[in-house]
Ligand binder design. Structure first.
Ligand SMILES: O=C(O)CCC(=O)C(=O)O
Ligand SMILES: [Fe+2]
Length: 402
């Protein structure tokens, strides 16, 4: 199956009707509903956004009219609509943030040096998350990309709507929250996913407002990704990143633009709820606002803040590498919070297998008699399963367990 066919069949259309979910949300939100109708002037038009709006009205505003949560935030509402309010146990408890602890920062200049490779391996095993600096991407490329992300989300809703309607979802996908058709509570985030497809498709479909900046950034990142995968694989006895392995591990990369508008009540919403990525690895560029937290290694409910480091890339292990390494590496849960005063952006590259790739523990890691913990499965099945439900910690990987 090629990337195109795969995306077309992924069950991720947001136009799905929410009957079931709406009922549950209304029940949960009893007591939160405000009866007043808020009227806010926006440009020359009057935008009416009732806080007692039903889930379907909200969906119409967010999804069908392509306002996204950006459009909602632009209304300067004093509180968030009830559909965004997370139950207490799902919110980040600030007493659970581990003070003065953070993930390793690795200088990538001499990445071939065995000491550097050991520190990458150690960080991947111990933390599942680390930052790299001196990776060779010019600051200008990074700054231009970030500026283009802001420009994209600041486009009028009407333009985003036409982009949504005219873009093939297998190449470009603009969405809000995560999988709104499957979520009980929405996430305070809009996102654009650009599939790193053929040059022809990129040229035809990536939005002009950010295309050159995104392509330039991807060219640099592709080189870094290959180096990182080489190191991580060598440490589990895979000596060569040949074409077949490359297809499996990095056959379908997706560049994501995450946009978290300033939020009147950041403490009650999720920017991104706890989850692990379904990539082999993820390479994330965050801006200087901060908001990313990684699950602590104590197995409890502790969270470690990932501070923005200028020019650094945050690298994390995804489920695919956990599966293929038979748990030598582990994907780590993480989450992002919104900011009260400032819009935050982050730019992940999900280094995904090709949709038709079969993933499962590598023969090299089973050579010493290890029992496989995961079955062999089609990556497109794993991908579809991930998007068929809300973010739910590390539960997705159970789908692949023997
Ligand atoms: O915004 C962030 O820092 C994290 C985003 C994230 O985890 C994701 O897009 O998968
Ligand atoms: Fe993530």
């Amino acid at each position: 199956m090629d990337v195109e066919t795969w995306y077309r069949h992924a069950p991720i259309t947001e136009e799905t009707v929410y009957f079931d979910m709406m009922n549950k949300v209304d029940m949960i939100n009893k007591g939160f509903l405000l009866s007043s109708l808020l009227v806010q002037p926006l440009s020359l038009t009057l935008v009416y956004f009732p806080m007692s709006s039903t889930r379907s009205n909200l969906t119409h505003f967010l999804v069908n009219q392509a306002n996204g949560v950006k459009g909602l935030a632009d209304l300067n509402l004093p509180t968030v609509p009830p559909q965004y309010i997370q139950p207490l146990q799902a919110r980040l408890d600030h007493t659970k943030i581990v003070p003065r602890q953070s993930i390793p920062i690795i200088d990538f200049t001499n990445w071939e040096d065995p000491d550097v490779q050991n520190s990458i391996f150690d960080a991947a095993v111990e933390w599942g998350f680390f930052q790299i600096i001196n990776h060779g991407i010019p600051f200008k490329v990074i700054d231009d990309l970030k500026a283009s992300v802001h420009r994209f989300f600041e486009l009028p809703a009407q333009e985003k709507k036409s982009l949504k309607e005219s873009s093939p979802p297998e190449v470009v996908r603009l969405a809000t929250s995560f999988s709104p058709h499957a979520e009980l509570v929405l996430e305070w985030k809009d996102y654009l996913q650009l599939v790193y497809a053929s040059e022809e498709k990129i040229h035809a479909h990536w939005p002009a407002i950010c295309k050159d900046q995104a392509v330039e950034y991807m060219k640099y990142c592709e080189v870094i990704i290959r180096k990182l995968l080489k190191v991580l694989l060598k440490k589990v006895n895979v000596e060569e990143l040949d074409k077949a392995r490359e297809d499996t591990l990095m056959g379908a990369m997706i560049l994501g633009f995450n946009y978290y508008p300033a939020c009147p009540e950041p403490e009650v919403v999720s920017g991104v709820a706890p989850h692990s990525d379904i990539s082999s690895i993820t390479v994330l560029l965050q801006d200087d606002i901060g908001g990313l937290y990684v699950r602590g290694s104590d197995g409890g409910d502790s969270w470690i803040y990932v501070p923005p480091v200028e020019g650094a890339l945050v690298i994390n292990i995804g489920d695919v590498l956990q599966i293929m390494s038979n748990e030598r590496y582990k994907s780590i849960e993480h989450r992002a919070v919104a900011n009260k005063r400032k819009t935050r952006i982050s730019i992940p590259i999900f280094v995904n297998p090709a949709p038709d790739a079969v993933i499962g523990p590598l023969s090299e890691v089973l050579e010493n008699g290890d029992k496989p913990k995961y079955k062999q499965l089609l990556y497109s099945d794993y991908f579809k399963y991930f998007f068929s439900k809300a973010h739910d910690g590390k539960k997705t990987i159970e789908f692949a367990m023997i």
